[in-house]
Design a protein around this ligand. Structure first.
Ligand code: HEM
Length: 383
């Protein structure tokens, strides 16, 4: 790692946790040159900032996702945010998702059965990724749209968001994806007038519904794939914890929750100060960029004992900030948990003698979205 003060984006992409542990000594809110802003590294200050959209807003022209998909619940605050988010809330409650959640288990079992005879596979690409895409495609119910088309739009959005951060934005590409998505929303509203997208279209324009659908896709695919890949990686690299879960599969949700704490798939959320303010002893100026590090908050030693350990019996891992707090708290929290639990349950139930192929696996990495780079595993084939 580079000397502190000279922390680089590469350090943060590789292993931010040791950086945050050291920077925490300087206070809960520290200036990090590499991100050109303040980073919140303690849980209390993180939750406070996320709950205060008047002082720490997402509504800023610098916000990358807003530039690509247009205004949505993710890039607005106050009454405008409520207007964008409200039409979708009922469709994402645990009750409303009951059928989808049951379907997730069936689909996870089908995916695992399809590789069982092979005796080896990379589990992120063969299980986590396809489950993440097909779950959100099914949930959105877009007329005449299949997994591949949604994946194409999603990849365009991701590439364009990255282009804003690293340079090279091709506005035509994102406009084409946005247009295709808006056309699909229009079709769906006509074909399924009782569906939740038609309900949303009563309060929002088609373009606004499409922007929010884009944000839902964006929010759902990368993170859910990462959450499943990370949970499998954590279990396979902790044989004692794996053995405990294999003995008692009812512990899968606890293992997933601990993995979500240890390596939140979305490791940070971005805010902008609307006025001069003070947080955790830091004097923040109007317009300053403020990054809430969920990864750092989740390993705050004042809240989580031995924070770097993966312990499925940790009593308080539900205090993690993985799904954010405040008005922008994750809309898909029930789906995300259910999907990850379904995938891990199916893998552990079906693939006997499961082991990590260390030579072809690599743990979580990434600047914002952190996911295991490869979870190659072997098992008794035909199991
Ligand atoms: C393990 C998987 C997931 C993780 C770790 C995760 C994490 C997050 C986080 C941290 C935020 C807050 C963003 C912010 O405050 O700026 C968020 C918001 C959001 N998430 Fe998730 N998410 C996951 C899965 C999903 C799924 C499956 C959906 C599908 C509906 C989804 C949809 C959204 C939406 C629409 C927002 C924006 C809410 C708003 O701004 O009002 N997420 N998510």
């Amino acid at each position: 790692m580079s000397p502190l003060g000279a922390v680089t984006l590469d350090d943060l992409e590789d292993d931010p946790h040791q950086v945050w542990h050291q920077l925490r000594a300087a206070g809960p809110v520290v200036w990090v040159e590499a991100v050109n802003g303040w980073v919140i590294v303690e849980r209390e200050a993180a939750v406070k900032a996320m709950r205060d959209p008047v002082t720490f807003t997402v509504d800023d022209p610098r916000f990358s996702t807003g530039q690509v998909v247009g205004p949505s619940m993710l890039s607005t605050d106050g009454a405008t945010h409520d207007r964008h988010r409200a039409p979708f809330v009922n469709a994402f409650t645990a009750n409303a998702l009951a059928d989808t959640i049951a379907w997730c288990s069936t689909e996870a079992n089908r995916l695992v059965a399809s590789i069982a005879d092979q005796g080896r596979a990379e589990l992120r690409s063969s299980i986590a990724a396809p489950l993440a895409v097909s779950t959100i495609v099914r949930t959105l119910g877009l007329s005449g749209v299949d997994d591949d088309e949604v994946l194409g739009w999603y990849r365009t959005i991701v590439a364009e968001v990255e282009a804003i951060i690293y340079g090279g934005l091709d506005k035509d590409k994102s406009l084409a994806a946005n247009d295709a998505l808006a056309a699909a929303v229009r079709r769906t509203v006509t074909d399924n007038p009782a569906g939740f997208l038609a309900g949303a279209a009563e309060d929002l324009t088609t373009t606004e519904v499409a922007s929010n659908v884009a944000v839902i896709m964006f929010g759902a695919i990368e993170t859910s794939e990462g959450a499943t890949a990370n949970a499998l990686f954590h279990l396979l690299t902790h044989p004692d914890q794996l053995a405990t879960v294999l003995d008692d599969p009812a512990l899968v949700p606890a293992a997933v929750e601990e993995s979500l704490r240890l390596e939140p798939a979305a490791s940070a959320v971005d805010r902008y100060a609307t006025c001069d303010t003070e947080l955790g002893g830091a004097s923040i100026r109007k317009g300053d960029f403020v990054q809430v590090s969920l990864a750092a908050a989740n390993r705050d030693p004042a809240v989580f004992a031995d924070p770097d350990d993966f312990r499925i019996d940790r009593p308080n891992n539900r205090l993690s900030t993985t799904f954010a707090y405040g008005p922008h708290a994750c809309l898909g929290i029930h789906l995300a948990r259910a999907e990850t639990i379904a995938a891990v349950t199916a893998v552990l139930r079906v693939l006997r003698g499961l082991r990590l192929d260390h030579d072809h696996s690599r743990g979580p990495r990434g600047l914002v979205f952190r996911k295991a780079a490869g979870v190659s595993a072997t098992w008794h084939s035909g199991s």
